[in-house]
Design a binder for this molecule. Sequence first.
Ligand code: ADP
Ligand code: MG
Length: 260
Amino acid sequence: MSVANQIEPTRTAPVAGAVIRVENAHKYYELGESRVHALRGLSVEIHRGEFVAIMGASGSGKSTFMNILGCLDRLSSGAYFFEGIDVSKHDKRALALIRNEKIGFVFQGFNLLARTTALENIELPTLYTKIAKVEREKRAADALAMVGLADRAAHFPSQMSGGQQQRVAIARALVNHPSILLADEPTGNLDSRTSVEIMDILQKLNNGALTIILVTHEHDIAQFARRILVFRDGTIRKDEPVLNRPKAADVLKSLPTLED
Ligand code: ADP
Ligand code: MG
């Protein structure tokens, strides 16, 4: 099945320079008497239109880093510039504003509301914006169509496959036209063909200029990105471009379709 044929370039504000710049970042978690040093002097720049995969052993700081990028948590020291603005000093309220307007999130477990239809799930992030109701509904319908699920608008999460739920989650992440998409192990709960279908959607979105940062354990999945960062002990151990990157759409042609 070909998904995401309808994907159009995502509109992003033109901003020169790095969309993300992290400088000498440290993150400590205080746990009673003990202290975990989760990020240890990490520095990196990510530019608009990049597609970055983050790999590394469990506990190496990947999720901590994603939480910082997503303005869900703050650094203990160091600086985080998002679209040229130092957000490391922002308070919770200011971070929440950036999060809702500028950042889309996709998680391993989809995180859809169970008693809410696909379309309503997608519309949810627009409720906190000033966008008019009619426009919100249009955006949600467009986002659903973009991930190839226009015919599933009234379905509840339990009535959809894992791959379909993740596509709804991607549509929800994009409904506010964010600057970046952050995905923490988005294919972790999916079979290999469905994983490649999700990567096909992400590649098409990235070809439309969306900046994507993805965490994955799987080498095969990371190869669909344009650049791979390997984390180790809270810093970046390796930072390399992906050479001979496969097209997920081509890989799909060689994979058998599983029976439902
Ligand atoms: P990864 O995503 O690469 O598996 P994490 O960023 O989740 O790594 O974790 C990095 C380190 O920080 C680990 O040692 C982990 O146990 C610790 N850690 C993560 N989150 C918390 C937290 N909320 N409180 C205390 N320690 C944490
Ligand atoms: Mg993690």
